[in-house]
Each structure stands twice: as C-alpha cells, then as structure tokens.
Design a protein around this ligand. Structure first.
Ligand SMILES: Cc1ncc(COP(=O)(O)O)c(C=O)c1O
Length: 401
C-alpha cells in the first residue's frame, strides 16, 4: 500500500479525462481569436460553435441558448445580478419584481451574492430544508408572492448530494410568473438533465466538475428570457459575456461533455454500488456514524458522514497520510473552521457538523479503493476519538467497532 494515492474528492474537482487532455493538447496550436475574420479566427470560431452544439445537446438546449463563461461561480453571479441591474432596463417586465427566493444550502457563490444583493435593496428569501436537505415546497408556495422575480435552487448539493425536485419547483415558480435558475454544477454530467423537463430559464454548469479544464463553464439562458451581461465591453457571446473566448477551455469542456454522454449511465451504476458498499462498511465497523443527506434522492457519487468526537479536519489529515484524499465539506469553504452551513441548515448540531467528512467518488474510483478506505477509516476514527478529551468528557465515548 506504500505511496498509494486515492482521490475521493471529485465534488471539489476532477482530474482531466484522458480524451479531454488529448483534445486540448492538439488544440493548443490553434491560437486565433474567434472574432477575427481571417483563417486563424475562422478556425477558432468553428471550434467554439461546434463546442456550443455539443454542450447544448446534452441538456436539450438550442445552441443559441448557451453562453460560455469563466466558471460556475460567474454563471451564478450573472443570473442573480440580473436583479441588481441599476436601471432594470434589461428586465422590462421584471422591473417591479424585486425579490429573489433561494435556499440556505446553496453554494457560497449564490449565497454571498444574494446577501450582497440584499444589502443593496433586493428582498431575498431563503428557503429552509428538512433533515435530508430537501426544500419545503409549502414554504416555497408561501414565499412565491407577485414581487418574486427569480427562484434559484441548486439541482444537487455539493456537500451532501441531496437532489431537489426542480421540475416541481419550476412549475410553481413559473405559475407565479417568476424566472427559475438551477445551479447544476454538481448534477450535470452525472445524471440526465433536460432544460425543458426541468422547466428552468437558467442553468449553470462548470467544466472542472466533469473531467474538463478549470476556469470555464456555461450558462443556459432560455430564448426570450430577460438578460443582462455581468461582464460588459465586447460583442462576444452575442453581447452576453464580454471577453475573448477561452477557446482551449471551451474545446475541453465540449470533449468532457461528449465523454459524459458516453460514460455517465454505466458509471452511475458502478458508483452507486461503491457508495452502498462504503456506507454499509462504515455502518458495520464504526459506532455512531451518522449519514448526512437524503438516503435515496442523492447523488450516487457523494457520501457525507459525521463521526461525533472526531474533528473532520483531523480525519482528513490522517486519511491524507494514508494516501486517501477526502474533504470536510465544500473545498471553497476550507480554510474556514466554521461548521458547514449546509449541515447546520439540515438541523445537524455544530459538534456533529464539525465531525463530518465528504467522500466523493469518480469515474476512476475502484471497489478495491473503497475496501482500502474501509480498512483505514475505522482505526483512524478510533485513534482520533481516543485523543478527543471532549468526547470522553461527554461520557459518550464510542470507539470504532
Ligand atoms: C454547486 C456548485 N456551484 C458552483 C460551484 C462553483 O463552480 P466553479 O468552481 O466553476 O466556480 C461549485 C464548485 O464547487 C459547486 O459545487
């Protein structure tokens, strides 16, 4: 087992798919600006437009409904910031709709943008979630007043994997005349998603979560939806996102999407079986292991589990020493020792939230790696719990079985 390295943090980011890497290396020679009219520009433009078709296809969108952007965070900021448009000229019909509805468990790029908008006068209402991380549709109904311009709910949560009922959320929001956005960064490419079936006006994706390159993503904008560019100053993307296109990144994103289309169904079955083995193995070998997220309506690659009496950061570091990479929550939140806002929103107490780790599987994960985790994790938890005076003091000392 020496020098063994097992990557189980695919919700933070994924390695480049070998096919993506190959395609990007070949495309590196192509340097033309897609806006140039000469042959160099035309070659780059053809590649960007081909990529647009490929990405649009996997979500059932039209090519002209897809805007390439610099990240999932940028796409999410773009949608929410529509409502901060100073003149609201771009929003015409939505001028009087000054409220946004979102959830307490969104990614920080939605939550912090919402909080910033709230400080600037937008009325933001945050939906609660139940113990599994599902939003309360009755509360949504109450929140859907005629001043709500946008409802933004993530398709699947990055920390606990819980999947929301986006078609029903969209149906309710649209009936109220509100626009609907879903952050599908974690779900896209892992489960089939179709913008018409989801009923959304905006949908966000990011390449680096699906074995594509970092720093590129796409925003789906339903045709005819009011829109305001977040980055101005160029005609690129039909004036919807200024800045010379990241041609190489876009080519990588499209190849990643093609590979997702080919691989995701079989992969889902494989990963579901591995997740189940992991869950059962943890349950059988470690006392007091609490699984976070919905038992069934959850991403097949994501397992979030709390071990009271063992700090998540300590577990992460001990596992890292054994060559296993997991996470304590969202990568973006690491660096902060605050308990996860997602777990707190599900009613998990702070101690249990502090003792949680996220294990996120990916296309290259093997059953053998899962078995190795099951070999290493129980003694690791036992060791940390034995060192934890707080845990013993509480009189609830429970070593790994
Ligand atoms: C649900 C979700 N939304 C948005 C993002 C941000 O995407 P990006 O890293 O491309 O900015 C992430 C990344 O962790 C995410 O998990």
């Amino acid at each position: 087992m020496e020098n063994r390295r097992i990557y189980l943090d695919h919700n933070a980011t994924t390695p480049l798919h070998p096919e993506v890497k190959k395609e990007m290396i070949e495309a590196m020679e192509m340097f033309g600006n897609p806006s140039s009219m000469h042959v160099y520009g035309r070659e780059a433009r053809a590649n960007v437009e081909h990529a647009r078709g490929v990405v649009a296809d996997l979500m059932g969108a039209r090519e002209d409904e897809l805007v390439f952007v610099g990240s999932g965070s940028e796409a999410n900021n773009t949608v929410l910031s529509l409502f901060a448009c100073a003149s609201n000229l771009c929003l015409s019909d939505f001028r009087m709709r000054k409220s946004i509805v979102t959830t307490r468990i969104e990614h920080p790029c939605v939550l912090e943008t919402s909080q910033c908008l709230a400080q600037r006068g937008t009325n933001v209402k945050f939906l609660d979630v139940d113990q599994y991380g599902r939003i309360d549709l009755d509360q949504l109904k109450d929140y859907l007043t005629d001043d709500v311009g946008l409802v933004s709910v993530m398709t699947a949560n990055n920390e606990i994997g819980t999947i929301q009922d986006i078609p029903e959320i969209s149906r309710m929001a649209r009936e109220n005349g509100s626009l609907v956005h879903t952050d599908a960064v974690q779900a896209f490419g892992k489960m089939p998603l179709n913008v018409d079936e989801l009923g959304v006006d905006f949908l966000t994706i990011s390449a680096h979560k699906i074995y594509g390159p970092k720093g590129v993503g796409a925003l789906y904008v339903r045709k005819g939806t009011p829109y305001c560019p977040f980055i101005r100053g160029g005609h690129q993307e039909k004036g919807r996102r200024a800045g010379t296109e990241n041609t190489l990144g876009i080519i990588g994103l499209a190849r990643a999407v093609e590979m997702r289309a080919a691989e995701m169904d079989d992969e889902a079955k494989r990963l579901r079986a591995m997740k189940e083995r992991l869950r059962e193995g943890i349950e059988a070998s470690i006392d007091e292991a609490y699984f976070n997220g919905h038992p069934t309506l959850s991403m097949h690659n994501t397992l979030n589990v709390s071990f009271p009496g063992a700090e998540g950061e300590s577990i992460l570091l001990y596992l890292d020493l054994e060559g296993i990479a997991v996470s304590t929550g969202s990568a973006c939140a690491s660096g902060s020792l605050d308990p996860s806002h997602v777990l707190l929103a599900t009613g998990t107490d702070a101690e249990r939230a502090h003792g949680s780790i996220r294990i996120s599987l990916g296309r290259e994960t093997t059953m053998e790696e899962i078995d190795y985790v099951l070999e290493v994790l129980p003694p690791t938890i036992r060791k940390i719990r034995n060192m934890s005076t707080a845990y013993i003091k509480g009189g609830e000392h429970a070593a790994a079985k």
